[in-house]
Design a protein around this ligand. Structure first.
Ligand code: ZN
Ligand code: ZN
Ligand code: ZN
Length: 460
């Protein structure tokens, strides 16, 4: 910001803003002008003025990744996530296709049990009874509740994930797991190369000279309200050119190392004792391209994996009655119209944030997320392309279509560094579509189209 209240902006930023596709359901409205300044002559020329737009404002997409907040922007993000994951599995977008030959594993790391919950258990295609107990004496917990359930639960049964007895359920550990799941994952990522080195019989130093572990992972809420992680983990040679690692590092070796690293524990102090947080024992991992998905029997191919990961990149907690935003007061919790189980998770998180418990702000800050405050999609450097690269490619494609002869500055010369863009009188004019424009209806319609289109793309 300069003394006279103006700001400079890069041509790249300007490109990204200019005439954005406002399919966004509640865009940010901006009003202002951009001028170009010739640094050599001091001459100023207008480049863009929102006065020329319908309603006199520029609609900038909100860019929110959450499906429940903005269907249009999250659809764009999901598409990018899908391309990003796919490029790391099959190549493309600047990643060599030889990447398909690298050892690559799709892994799921779950939380341990915090008490029995209603579950849809399967053997092949048969749904098994939830918690059958023939022995009448074993049917009641020490609270006197019947903890048996002979039901073969259908998919989407609202009882799924609910504890058999809320008093027996270990809510504190469940919320602590969510709160520290991100730390646990980072610890897993730290241990993985060490386990690989040991299995391959080399020192860690040698391993780092031969190998880079690269991944993309998403967090998903299970019905019981605890997160678990799905990850694509791949082995490359170190460096930026995506070369294969030495042949000794196979997908099977990677699977074994994942099993060992998943046994990692994270000590957390609570109530005067040290709790050891860890993943559940049911680590699912399978080499991509050589295995099948048990539930569907279909080959675990790159598109299936990319769709699966992208699906969770835009979904956060998806449950009726759970608030979208932060809880500010404890008094809000009893009135929440979500399930009693989720309400108990939220109130446990709230209590864990008290000064007497942990005093850590994150518990209250993320109480509405049942304690999980981490990112929904994370990746290592050089898994594949970045979201930024995908966005830039999209903008320059659009730009090239609009300016077939290449871009020019206001004086008709090809762009270079002697001309800078200056933002003047740039102000925020609200969010949502301004009523003066017919854009709102259009945006709703195109958001619906985007959803439909995406639905078709994923069910293929
Ligand atoms: Zn949006
Ligand atoms: Zn049940
Ligand atoms: Zn009980």
């Amino acid at each position: 910001m300069t003394a006279d209240g103006t700001m400079t902006v890069s041509w790249a930023d300007f490109r990204a803003w200019e005439r954005q596709l406002t399919t966004c359901t509640h865009p940010i409205r901006l009003r202002g002008r951009i001028d170009a300044l010739d640094l050599a002559t001091g001459e100023l020329a207008p480049v863009y003025d929102t006065a020329a737009e319908d309603g006199g404002v520029l609609h900038v997409a909100c860019g929110n990744r959450r499906e429940t907040v903005c269907p249009a922007c999250s659809a764009v993000y999901k598409r990018d996530a899908r391309q990003l994951v796919r490029a790391g599995l099959a190549g493309g977008k600047g990643i060599p296709e030889t990447i398909t030959a690298h050892p690559c594993v799709f892994a799921t790391l779950t939380a341990p049990s915090f008490g029995p919950v209603h579950a849809r258990r399967m053997r092949g295609k048969t749904v098994l009874p939830c918690h059958p107990r023939r022995d009448a004496n074993a049917r009641r917990c020490h609270h006197g509740r019947d903890i048996s359930c002979p039901t073969r639960h259908a998919e989407g049964d609202p009882r799924l994930g609910q504890p058999m007895c809320g008093d027996c359920y270990d809510y504190t550990s469940a919320v602590l797991f969510n709160a520290y799941a991100g730390d646990l994952w980072r610890r897993f990522v730290t241990y993985l190369p060490r386990r690989l080195a040991r299995l391959a019989g080399v020192t860690q130093k040698m391993l780092h000279a031969q190998l880079s572990v690269r991944f993309v992972k998403v967090a998903e809420y299970q019905a019981r309200g605890v997160v678990h992680f799905h990850a694509v983990i791949r082995l490359d040679a170190p460096g930026e050119d995506y070369q294969p690692p030495p042949a000794a590092y196979t997908a099977d070796l990677l699977c074994d190392a994942i099993d060992q690293a998943a046994a990692v524990a994270l000590p957390v102090e609570h109530g005067g004792q040290v709790l050891m947080l860890g993943f559940g024992t049911q680590t699912d991992r399978r080499p991509v391209r050589h295995d099948t998905i048990v539930s569907t029997g279909k080959p675990l191919d790159v598109d299936a994996v990319a769709n699966y990961i992208a699906k969770y990149a835009t979904k956060t907690l998806h449950a009726p009655g759970v608030p979208d935003t932060r809880i500010r007061h404890a008094a809000e919790i009893p009135g929440l119209r979500c399930s009693a189980h989720y309400r108990a998770m939220i109130s446990t998180a709230w209590d864990l944030g008290s000064r007497q418990a942990t005093g850590e702000a994150r518990f209250r800050q993320w109480a509405h997320m049942l304690g999980y405050g981490g990112h929904f999609l994370t990746k290592s450097r050089r898994y594949s392309v970045t979201f930024g690269q995908l966005r830039a490619a999209r903008t320059s494609y659009r730009r090239a279509q609009r300016h077939p002869g290449g871009e020019r500055d206001p004086w008709g010369r090809p762009l270079d560094e002697t001309v800078v863009l200056i933002l003047s009188t740039w102000t925020y004019a609200g969010t949502g579509h301004s009523t003066a424009t017919p854009g709102a209806e259009l945006a709703t319609a195109s958001a619906a189209r985007a959803r439909e289109h995406h639905g078709q793309a994923t069910t293929r």
